[in-house]
Design a binder for this molecule. Structure first.
Ligand code: SF4
Ligand code: SF4
Ligand code: SF4
Length: 256
């Protein structure tokens, strides 16, 4: 199957936040009380109940105000740090469309995926289970657009075959963020300024500590576990089951 992706043209975004509302509706995410922090941006960040967020960049330019908007969400990385570091098989996984979904029943609440994500995306619900944009995998598998892409009135947020979206953007002379980063992101941006202006890393990378965890600590842990099982089995076969000493079999004073 061809890889799917989002193409988000920030120059077309009017910050109407239809995408935020559509996501909440489709995923049945409750509203949250927020506090005015001197900006129309609301809420100010992703939360366990907000899988995509319109981030406002407000710059004073003389008497004018320059407004830039960007839809923040999981980037559906091909080389996904969250999937790499997750110790519970199937809790975070790539769908056949190449997007990164999760199964909260398999999440063991370790929070390792937070440190594995270069974009500060995963959040935790009240039960400490991972939450994030899952690319509406249930809709996409039934031939529907993700709810946020369907709701966007300005075509800022498009979803489709990744190669085709890239070809169309390039034919229109647009420069893309995310085409080749981390194996190619599943969320591509057309930006109106440098990535740093939008709080996007210029060269996103999985933290080096993750490789230490995945390639050294995790295999050693598994080796240690199976080593202990092997020693116990060998002991049982060669010596037999452990017998209680006579002393062990006697009642002790003071409830010991
Ligand atoms: S953006 Fe973060 S949470 Fe999303 S796939 Fe990439 S590493 Fe995982
Ligand atoms: S793809 Fe679905 S889950 Fe992800 S932000 Fe859009 S509506 Fe929410
Ligand atoms: S629906 Fe489209 S135009 Fe409206 S805030 Fe979201 S991305 Fe921007």
């Amino acid at each position: 199957m061809k890889r799917k992706a989002f193409l988000i043209d920030t120059t077309r975004c009017t910050a109407c936040r239809s995408c935020q509302v559509a996501c909440k509706q489709w995923n049945k995410l409750a509203a949250e009380a927020t506090v005015n922090h001197g900006s129309y941006e609301n809420p100010p960040d992703l939360t366990p109940l907000l899988y995509n967020q319109i981030h406002f960049i407000e710059q004073e330019q003389g008497d004018d105000l320059r407004w830039l908007f960007i839809n923040r969400r999981c980037m559906h990385c091909a080389d996904a740090g969250c999937v790499k570091v997750c110790p519970s098989a199937g809790a975070l996984y790539h769908t056949k469309e190449g997007l990164v979904a999760y199964n909260r029943e398999k999440c063991i609440e370790c929070h390792y995926c937070v440190s594995g994500c270069p974009f500060d995306v995963p959040r935790y619900d009240t039960k400490q289970k991972v939450t994030k944009c899952h690319a509406c995998s249930n809709r996409v598998q039934n031939g529907l657009l993700p709810a946020c892409a369907k709701a966007c009135p300005t075509q800022s947020l498009k979803f489709g075959d990744r190669d085709q979206l890239i070809a169309e953007a390039k034919a229109a002379g647009k420069k893309l963020y995310g085409e080749n980063d981390l194996g190619g992101l599943g969320v591509l941006y057309v930006l109106d300024d440098e990535p740093g202006t939008y709080r996007l890393p210029k060269n996103p990378a999985i933290p080096a500590s993750i490789f230490f965890w995945k390639d050294v600590v995790k295999p050693l842990g598994i080796l240690g576990f199976w080593g202990a099982v092997g020693v116990a089995a060998l002991h049982y076969v060669t010596i037999g089951p452990k017998k209680l000493d006579d002393a062990d079999d006697q009642p002790r004073k003071g409830g010991e």
